[in-house]
Design a binder for this molecule. Structure first.
Ligand code: TXA
Ligand code: MG
Length: 324
């Protein structure tokens, strides 16, 4: 339970240049005063994140949009009005209020209004923008509970607001509104279909690489265990082959193969509903790590609706590990 005094205390920590872990509807964020470069620097340090990697600035409401961004295009304004508060991040031209430290030196800024009562209360109490990446070490799986945050970041966070498990479970959809046409930079909690319906126009999305081809997707959102992606009908055979070779295999058993017996160290039954899958995805990856799996065999869901974001995260989790 969050008390009003917790929100006040967390806002005070932000004002003093400290770090607050906050729940959002997507994943937990590691927040700092976006206008305080020293506080923002502490975020990068706590995460082990390269300083050129920009942060999302979280706002209390769409009415603050023009305080933080310049020359907001009509299409972006429409999306903000339609989807905020919600799992949508808009990349816009940086307003003068945003220090370059928060944007990794870019002249653009990523803005979002999270749809979580605790985050919104904190943002209102604080009054400014909160720069917050996901509250995990750089490259690893995003936290969807306060316990995950404490386990991963420990003492480097000054205050953890526990708002329970995150509803959506994967990060926000990032839409670039700085070019000629809007495009999706990262699929996430707001589906491509609902964005296109609101805009009345198609949106470009990042290129997806085929299964088993590494290279374009440096590892991110990754558990300790190596992740291998195969076709749904190959999951059981691939898992058993690896288990026979001596791996401790964790299997993501696709819905079409539910209840198929599989010889492996641990089995996750992938839910039929995309929303349920997204909600649990990072928990599954963490749990298989905790159970001592060193290899995870999974397949990609159909890439529509939330399946697009789930497939994106699984590909990233399966990407090459030498990218730092
Ligand atoms: O759901 C979310 O978006 C969560 C919660 C905490 O809000 N946040 C999150 O932040 O996922 P982070 O830092 O883990 O991922 C933000 C992504 C990064 O990949 C970053 O490159 C991109 O947003 N980004 C931030 N500013 C950008 C900009 N100006 N231009 C392009 N990409 C940007
Ligand atoms: Mg992240």
């Amino acid at each position: 339970m969050i008390r009003a005094s917790d929100i006040e205390q967390a806002a005070e920590v932000l004002r003093a240049g400290g770090l607050v872990a906050l729940p959002t509807e997507t994943v937990y964020g590691l927040g700092a005063d976006a206008e305080n470069p020293a506080a923002v620097a502490r975020v990068y340090l706590a995460k082990g994140r390269p300083p050129t990697h920009p942060l999302i600035v979280h706002l209390a409401g769409a009415e603050h949009l023009d305080d933080w961004a310049d020359g907001v295009p009509d299409a972006a304004r429409l999306l903000a009005e339609r989807f905020w508060p919600g799992p949508l991040t808009l990349v816009l031209r940086r307003g003068s209020r945003v220090p370059l430290e928060a944007t990794g030196g870019l002249e653009t800024v990523a803005l979002r209004v999270p749809n979580h009562p605790v985050a919104l209360e904190l943002l209102k109490a604080f009054g400014g923008g909160v720069a917050a990446p996901s509250a995990n070490r750089f490259g690893s799986v995003s936290p969807t509970t306060a316990e995950h945050v404490r386990a991963e970041l420990g003492d480097s966070v000054d205050f953890v607001l526990d708002g329970g498990p995150c509803e959506v479970g994967v990060e926000s959809t990032i839409v670039d509104a700085t070019g000629e046409a809007l495009s999706i930079l990262r699929p996430g909690g707001v589906t491509r279909e609902s964005l296109e319906a609101a805009l009345g126009a198609p949106l470009a999305v990042p290129e997806a690489s085929p299964v088993r081809v590494p290279g374009q997707h440096p590892s991110h959102y990754a558990p300790r265990a190596k992740v291998v992606l195969v076709r749904p009908d190959e999951v059981v055979a691939e898992a058993e082959r690896a288990q026979d070779q001596g791996y401790q295999v964790g299997v993501f058993l696709p819905p079409a193969f539910a209840d198929t017996p599989v010889k492996a160290h641990a089995v996750v039954q992938v839910p039929d509903s995309e929303a349920t899958y997204a909600h649990h995805l990072y928990n599954y990856l963490r749990e298989l790590d905790e159970q001592g799996c060193d290899l995870i065999v999974a397949s990609l869901p159909t890439e529509s609706g939330l399946g697009l974001a789930i497939a994106n995260r699984l590909r990233r989790a399966a990407g090459p590990r030498n990218s730092g």
